[in-house]
Design a protein around this ligand. Structure first.
Ligand code: FE
Ligand code: FE
Length: 398
């Protein structure tokens, strides 16, 4: 028999995992595939959200009905750090005459020699590497294959079917209540019934401290400083121009709330919120985080209309913007971490005349879009025209 082994954290398991599993069974001509949720991964810090038992149960729900697939609690039962070398020894003893095929992604394969006792793994199993097929990656993978084969390993390379979802993205989508398209039947209910991954939490009317903590947990780490900077700049501008300080802080915190979600998932978010998109948005899903952020601010965080609208237009602007809209648009540009030619002039203008700073931001955004050869949102051009028609000028023109 040829037995595939697919280990992982599965926190939570999703259709990407199950597609990879089905693909492996077919391509590797497996007689069985054993899915093994780890107890504690050797090189990952523990991610909260669900217990080992719960990850096991969700994986069982996901694998239900998949022929030749089964789920094993072998690593959870062993407790402690889940070393693949130990798991394979155990499986080898249970299946002395069978071929074991260990599935892994490119990153894991390239770092294989730094795993715990890699020789022991190579003795017990064929390594099946699922790679994405990009040129650089392919070269690195092939070099590693030669190296490991010279050491006695058996390696097979498998082109991976693309599934644009990771468990990290999925945990965000769960909070935004948009994860269902990526979960196998029964898993969504399982998660919601137990309130896992923050789904049981009420995000409406959080205190400022609780809001900040919730927002930061949903951002990519490299965006945290920008968001806090934008919040601080928004509050300063609100103080200068007499806007509501609380609204400014909340809008600043939430303005990039869906930024971590990439293109295809932005489209899913819109779909789940029942939004029909125009051609421009469908073709430029990267610009959608302002729209999806405003939907999440409204429906998940229960924010008021001023906050929601400010988030909605923070990337494109629009004609006749309200005070908070202008403040968030400009704060996003001038917050302390920003560093681009002209930022000092814009910071100065922001405290003298909000419309001048707004015009500078809009025109610099237009220039940027043109340089990138991208299509410009109509709202941005309209916003510039609106200000120009009212005689607003940039400092250079004055
Ligand atoms: Fe943004
Ligand atoms: Fe931003």
């Amino acid at each position: 028999m040829r037995i595939g082994i697919y280990g992982g954290t599965f926190n939570p398991p999703h259709i990407g995992h199950m597609r990879a599993a089905a693909h492996a069974i077919e391509i590797l001509e497996l007689d069985r595939l054993v899915l093994i949720p780890n107890n504690v991964a050797p090189h990952k810090k523990v991610t909260a959200g669900a217990s080992g038992q719960q990850r096991l149960e969700m994986l069982r729900l996901s694998a239900r009905g998949m022929k030749k697939a089964e789920v094993s609690s072998i690593e959870l039962d062993r407790e402690g750090t889940s070393y693949t070398a130990d798991t394979l020894d155990q499986l080898r003893r249970a299946h002395p005459g069978d071929e074991l095929v260990l599935m892994m992604g490119t990153d894991m394969f390239l770092s294989f020699l730094s795993w715990y006792e890699p020789e022991r793994i190579m003795q017990n199993a064929t390594l099946a590497v699922f790679y994405r097929g990009e040129k650089n990656e392919q070269l690195a993978v092939e070099a590693q294959k030669d190296k490991l084969e010279a050491m006695g390993a058996k390696v097979v390379l498998v082109a991976n079917p693309v599934t644009a979802i990771s468990s990290t993205d999925l945990r965000r989508m769960l909070v935004f209540r948009c994860a269902d398209p990526f979960l196998c039947p029964g898993v969504s209910e399982y998660i919601r019934e137990r309130g896992l991954y923050g789904t049981g939490r009420d995000y409406r009317k959080l205190s400022m401290e609780a809001l900040e903590e919730a927002v930061l947990s949903l951002l990519k780490p490299n965006r945290v400083a920008h968001v806090l900077g934008c919040r601080d700049a928004a509050v300063e501008l609100a103080r200068r121009y007499g806007a509501d300080l609380t609204d400014a802080a909340r809008a600043g915190l939430l303005h990039d709330i869906t930024k971590a979600i990439d293109g295809p998932l932005q489209l899913t978010l819109c779909d789940e919120y029942g939004i029909l998109l125009n051609k421009f948005s469908q073709e430029n899903p990267k610009t959608l985080h302002a729209l999806t952020g405003s939907l999440v601010a409204e429906q998940i965080f229960g924010e008021n209309e001023a906050v929601v609208t400010a988030i909605r237009y923070h990337t494109t602007g629009r004609p006749d913007m309200g005070l908070l809209e202008k403040i968030i648009y400009i704060a996003d540009y001038i917050e302390a971490n920003r560093d681009f030619p002209g930022v000092e002039e814009m910071r100065k203008a922001a405290y003298e005349d909000l419309d001048v700073a707004l015009l500078m931001g809009l025109e610099s955004a237009m220039a940027h879009v043109r340089r990138q050869g991208q299509e410009l949102a109509a709202a941005t051009a309209d916003a510039v025209k609106f200000l120009r028609d009212r005689g607003v000028k940039t400092p250079e023109e004055m």
